[in-house]
Design a protein around this ligand. Structure first.
Ligand code: CAO
Length: 427
């Protein structure tokens, strides 16, 4: 007998009751894992709830305009026999009401969250307001969502608005719509490797699939350059070691990353173009007046980037404690959409692993990312002799449309000056 499953709303961060703005499936429809089921929207963000289980939709229990919250059932599903996706996001089941019906909570990290972000245009500042599926639809057709007027509730852009915009643009004389499909990039050839030896097909984890798309998008859209520098952190490390015990008494492991985050915040303040995103028209910058820094965390399922907010208001101890908490949450697969959103710039540290340098990919729509490699003792010429100093390699990748090489050089030099003598943060 096929298993009936109640599909519930997962943890949706700070949001309580949010509006259903799209129902993306219908009774009788066969669905696959990861297929978007409904779209929810708060006043801050819209998010799709994807399927954790494949099967046939028996009943949709919500309608457009309904307000629902975490744990509420929105769909009844007849699961197919082999259904659940990889174990890393397998949810804790809610108690079952009867023998034949199980509850499944859609996965926390699988949302596509779209913050409703301001778009600058020549005449005014207005909100670009569209659900993830409509954004995807527009992207697939090569339509610039920032230029489409929404006719839905609260000016939301609907699928029909995208279609009309495409029709209008195509029929306008001399209009140049970008090619709807095909980037012109030759595909990687498909090779049957079994002709050379035995092979095994292993599915990518959900996180890798999501981060892969994100990284690919950044790689293709941003002209990136990376600059490298080394900074003498001998004094900083001595200081960090000297406060280790004192910090431990307060239950904190002080990480060098916390000092790097404080120094990065200082550099972002001095070079505000690094704390910005390019408007979708490519003509203006959205400058952020807050300092939220993302940190790439390596988990067994792939890379995630939780964000430490308001770094300027936090002490090194607070940042260290928060980083430990967020990386533990990341490794346990418990990050919420709120933990993952709102970053201004990202740090990716391979310092605990090794490496002398790498070229991190900018976490678009951010415009720069700082890579940290492993600090090593090196002989450094002090004018008279070689002395052993602990040198930390830093890599700064940046979007060259927004940041010039000279600006990047100055940014990195400033960062190194601060890390070389952390007292500069007091000046
Ligand atoms: N140089 C030399 N040693 C370093 C170092 C550095 N830059 N950074 C860390 N270490 C050493 C230290 O000895 C540290 O222990 P102590 O702080 O007690 O002395 C030890 O490594 C453990 O560091 P850690 O990596 O566990 O902790 P962290 O606070 O430095 O970093 C986190 C936390 C979450 C960033 C890290 O665990 C992580 O996941 N890094 C990988 C990120 C990643 O994959 N980036 C690649 C993205 S591109 O694909």
């Amino acid at each position: 007998m096929e298993k009936l499953i109640d599909v519930c709303v997962p943890d949706i961060g700070d949001f309580q009751q949010v509006e259903v703005i799209e129902v993306l499936v219908a009774p009788g429809e066969q669905i696959v894992i990861d297929q978007p089921l409904i779209t929810l929207e708060s006043d801050k963000a819209s998010m799709e709830i994807p399927a954790e289980v494949a099967g046939k939709v028996v009943e949709v229990k919500v309608r457009l305009g309904d307000k629902i919250g975490e744990g509420e059932v929105f769909l009844l599903l007849e699961a197919s026999s082999t259904t659940t996706s990889s174990s890393e996001t397998a949810p804790a089941p809610v108690p079952m009401p009867d023998q034949n019906t199980a509850h499944v909570t859609a996965p926390r990290q699988a949302f596509e969250v779209n913050e409703l972000k301001p778009v600058m245009d020549d005449q005014s500042q207005r909100k670009e307001h569209a659900s993830p599926s409509v954004r995807r639809f527009a992207r697939e057709l090569g339509a610039d969502i920032g230029r489409i007027e929404g006719t839905g509730p609260k000016g939301r852009i609907l699928k029909d608005d995208v279609k009309s915009w495409i029709k209008r643009t195509l029929s306008a004389p001399g209009s140049g719509l970008s090619a709807p499909s095909g980037s012109g990039i030759p595909p990687v050839p498909e090779i049957d490797f079994s002709q050379f030896g035995s092979t095994e097909i292993v599915a990518l984890s959900r996180i890798k699939r999501i981060s892969g798309t994100h990284l690919h998008r950044s790689w293709l859209n941003l002209p990136m350059v990376t600059v490298h520098e080394e900074v003498d952190i001998t004094a900083l490390e001595d200081f960090r070691k000297s406060i280790k015990e004192e910090a431990a008494q307060e239950g904190v492991r002080v990480t060098s990353l916390a000092f790097i985050m404080k120094s990065l915040e200082d550099a972002l303040r001095i070079f505000p173009h690094f704390n910005a995103s390019l408007g979708s028209d490519g003509q203006s910058l959205i400058c952020k007046k807050f300092f939220n820094i993302g940190v790439a965390v390596d988990t067994s399922n792939g890379l995630v980037v939780p964000v430490i907010r308001d770094v300027e208001q936090k002490s090194v101890y607070q940042i260290s404690a928060e980083l430990a908490e967020l990386s533990a949450k990341a490794r346990d697969g418990k990050l919420t959409p709120t933990d993952l959103s709102g970053g201004c710039m990202t740090i990716s540290s391979l310092g605990g692993i090794g490496c002398t340098a790498f070229t991190p990919i900018v976490n678009a729509p951010e415009v720069a990312i700082l890579g940290v490699s492993q600090a090593r003792m090196q002989p450094v010429w002090n004018g008279n002799e070689f002395v052993p100093r602990l040198m930390l390699p830093l890599d700064l990748s940046f979007d060259h449309r927004v940041i010039d090489g000279a600006e990047a050089g100055r940014f990195l030099v400033r960062l190194c000056q601060t890390l070389g003598d952390i007292r500069r943060l007091l000046l």
